[in-house]
Write a protein of this length. Sequence first.
Length: 492
Amino acid sequence: MRKQKSAAKSALIIMVISLCFLLIALLVCYLCTASYYAEHFFPGTVLNGVSVDKMTVEEAEDKVAQEVADYIFSIETRDGDKYQIIGPDIDYTYVPGTEIHDILQEQDEYKWISGRKGKKEVDLEVSAAFNTQKLDKMVAQLPCFQSDYIKKPKDAYLRETETGYELVKAEAGNQIRLKDVQKLARDAVDLGEEKLALTDDVYEEPKVKSNDKKLKKALKNINSYLHTSIRYDVGENGEVLDSAKIKDWLTIGADYSVTLDESKVTGYVQYLASKYNTYGDVRTFKTSLGDKVKIGGGDYGWVIDKEKEKNQLLSEIKSGKTIEREPVFNQTADVKSETYDIGDTYVEVDYTNQHMYFYENGKLKLETDVVTGNVSRNNGSPDGIYKIVYKERDATLVGENYASDVKYFMVFAYNVGFHDASWRNEFGKEIYKDSGSHGCINMPSELAEKLFKILPTGTPVIAYYREPMELTAENAKISNAYSYVNKEEEQR
C-alpha cells in the first residue's frame, strides 16, 4: 500500500512540474510574441489602404512611401472629361514623420492574440511634398485649357426676325478659370486627395442669362407692340398696320429698354394722309354733257387729323390688340376712295355753259340755267369741288357796294352759294361775262325754292370752267378755287 501511494504521489508531482513547464513555455511564447508585436503591426493592419501586415515602422514607411510615389491626381470637368496628373510629374514624395510610429505605439502588443484577427483600417494623415509650380504648369497644359477646346459663354440676347423678335438663349460654354482650378488643385493635392470634380463655381458664366428679368421684360414689351394690328377702314381696299411695320419703329437700348420712335409714327400718319387725303385733289369728272373735265381745288374730300391720329396710334400700338377703325378724320367725303370720292349725289355747275344740275342717287332731280359771277369785274365764281355748308331762309347778302334780300340761300364756298334772283328775268347764255353776280349762283326763284327743299347739307358741289380761267378775287383765294391765281406772287 505504501508503495502504491508513493508512486501516485510521484506521478502527481511530475504532472505538476510538467504543467508548470508548459505554462512557463506558453508564457515565454506569449511574451516573445508580444515583444515581436511591440515592433510590428498586427496582421490585417491597413494604413490608408496600404497593408502593413507584420511590418515594422521602417518597413511600413517604405511601403507607404512606395504608394505615395504611385500617387495619381485626377481632375474631372462638369462635361465628364477626366484628366490625370501622376506624382512623379509634380515631384510628389512622402515626408516621413511620427505618424506611423505613433500608430504602432498605440497598438497594445499584449493583445496580440485578439489583434491578429480581422482587418484593422487606420486613416493616416500622410505628409507629402510636391512642386506647386510643376502642378500649376501641368494643370495649365490640360486639354480643357487649350484654345481649340474652349467655348466661351454667350449672352442671351434678342434677335430680330422677319416677324418680330425672339429670345436667343444664353450658351454656358466650357471656359474654366485657370487660376481658380490651380488653387483648388494645390489644396486638394496638399490634403492628399486623389480627385477634384470641377463645379460651376470655376466656370465663366454668361453675363446675360436666359432668365434675365430685363431681357424678358423687353421681350414682353416688344411682343405687346408687335401683337398689335390696326386695320384701317379707309380708301377702297383699306390699310393694315402690322408687326412688319411696327418692328421698324422700335429701338432696343443697351439696357434692353424698348422705345417707340415717335418720328416714324408721325411719318406713317403722314403717309396715310398723303395716300388717303383727297382735299383739293384733281379729279376726273364726267359731266352731264358726257365729256370729262379735270377739276381740283375747293374744300371737299377726306382729311385725316394727323395730330389726333398720331396720338391715338401711339396709345393703341402698345395695347397688343387687333383694332379695326377709321383714321381720325377732321373732314370726310361721301365715298371711301383715293381717286373719286364724290358719289352719285351731287350738284354740278357748268360755268361755261351757265347751267347747273342736281343728281340724287344718280338720278337727275333738278336742272336750270344760272347766272354766275361777273368775270369782267373779277367776280368770277370759285371753281372746285365743295359741299353745301349750310342753308338759310330769308337772308340778306351784303357786299362792298350792295345788299340783296334772298329767300333761299345755299352756301358752298366763302360767301358764295346758290340763291334765288327775283330781279332777273333771264338766265344762262353769256350774261355772266359782263352782267354776272358778285360770285353767287343766281337761280330762278321757283327752282331755288325747289332746290332748297331737296338739297341736303353736305352735298358735294362740282363747279368748273371749260376754258382756262384766272380768278384773283379774295373769295376765290379763301375758297381754294382751282383757277385762283396770286398775281402778287407771279409779279415777284
